[in-house]
Write a protein that binds this ligand. Structure first.
Ligand SMILES: NC(=O)c1ccc[n+]([C@@H]2O[C@H](COP(=O)([O-])OP(=O)(O)OC[C@H]3O[C@@H](n4cnc5c(N)ncnc54)[C@H](OP(=O)(O)O)[C@@H]3O)[C@@H](O)[C@H]2O)c1
Length: 284
């Protein structure tokens, strides 16, 4: 198997590259500079010349608040980019792996979202990701569409876990919302699951995230306990933090049917967070 990965400097891409090297999988990686997925001509040329068996698209526009104004760029990267990849993959008989988000849901269900639930995004980021989903599903025959939530890893300083650690180094009091509930997804674990899932050939839509829900507050509390922070963590409501983008309150996703497909679920978020903190301390 030969893989081609886009957005190769992102946090998930970096872990997929490491895991592929561990498994001796041949891999061509393209960062934003070397392949802009919004350019159909470049996408076609690269896929035609490299002839990968599988393209893993890790390129994305993830600035949720910025996307409210900069929506055209979000639509281009998250909507048109996957469409370009789907077109080129079909032309070259290549499998496409693409990632989406829990923010395609509106949070009104108040119980875990399954792959059978209809999306109804509340913000421009979610709408742009839904456009990408629909492009992949309508244009690709062989695709894995994987919805994930709260991705964290070493390769991105703006993820929530890294932010909490940064805040703790500068503040004695930290406020975190307790009314946004979903589940963290550790990039290290997601990379392994992605490669195992590709091996199955069981194409389709998946939800892949840690199998227990938590609030942003609970996750921050656990991170701060692990690093031994002595300050005060205060739970607050989303209303207190006015942000340009509205976020769903409850967007936790049920991971069915991943256990039936690859035989296991992602490890629980506390286990993943512990390993991440160890990784930050240089212990992995
Ligand atoms: N992060 C989360 O919490 C989260 C939540 C739900 C879903 N997801 C999804 O999970 C997947 C992986 O996300 P991640 O957290 O690993 O992302 P990330 O760390 O933000 O990386 C995204 C990468 O995409 C690149 N990129 C942006 N525009 C591009 C373009 N036009 N062409 C090629 N590359 C481009 C960026 O490069 P530059 O920085 O150089 O622009 C960056 O290296 C994405 O589909 C994302 O939407 C993420």
């Amino acid at each position: 198997m030969k893989i081609l990965i886009t957005g190769s400097n992102g946090q998930l891409a970096r872990e997929i590259i490491k895991e592929s090297e561990r498994r001796n999988i041949a891999l061509d990686s393209f960062d934003h500079k070397s392949l802009d997925i919004t350019n159909l001509k470049s996408v076609r040329e690269v896929i035609k010349s490299k002839r990968p068996d599988v393209v893993i698209n890790c390129a994305a526009y993830n600035a949720v608040d910025k996307a409210e104004e900069d929506w055209q760029m979000a639509y281009l990267v998250n909507g048109i980019g996957p469409k370009n990849l789907a077109i080129a993959c079909e032309e070259n008989d290549t499998v496409l792996v693409h990632y989406s988000t829990d923010y395609v849901f509106d949070g009104q269900k108040h119980s875990p979202y399954t792959i059978a639930d209809d999306p109804n995004p509340l913000n421009m980021y979610g709408k742009s990701k839904l456009l990408g989903e629909r492009s992949v599903q309508s244009l690709s025959k062989r695709y894995f569409l994987i919805r994930v939530s709260w991705v964290f890893g070493m390769g991105n300083d703006t993820n929530f876990a890294k932010k909490v650690i940064e805040w703790s180094s500068k503040n004695d009091v930290i406020k975190v919302v307790d009314d946004q509930i979903s589940s963290p997804t550790y990039a290290v674990d997601l990379a392994k699951v992605t490669l195992d899932l590709i091996d199955t050939g069981a194409y389709g839509l998946y939800h892949i995230t840690s199998p227990q829900p938590c609030s942003r507050y609970e996750w921050a509390k656990y991170i701060l306990e692990l690093i031994g922070w002595k300050g005060r963590l205060v739970p607050v409501k989303s209303d207190e933090f006015k942000t340009p983008a509205i976020r769903p309150g409850y967007s936790f996703m049920d991971s069915f049917p991943i256990i039936h497909t690859i035989g296991y679920n992602l490890p629980e978020w506390k286990d993943a967070t512990k390993r991440f903190i160890k990784e930050i301390a240089g212990g992995r």
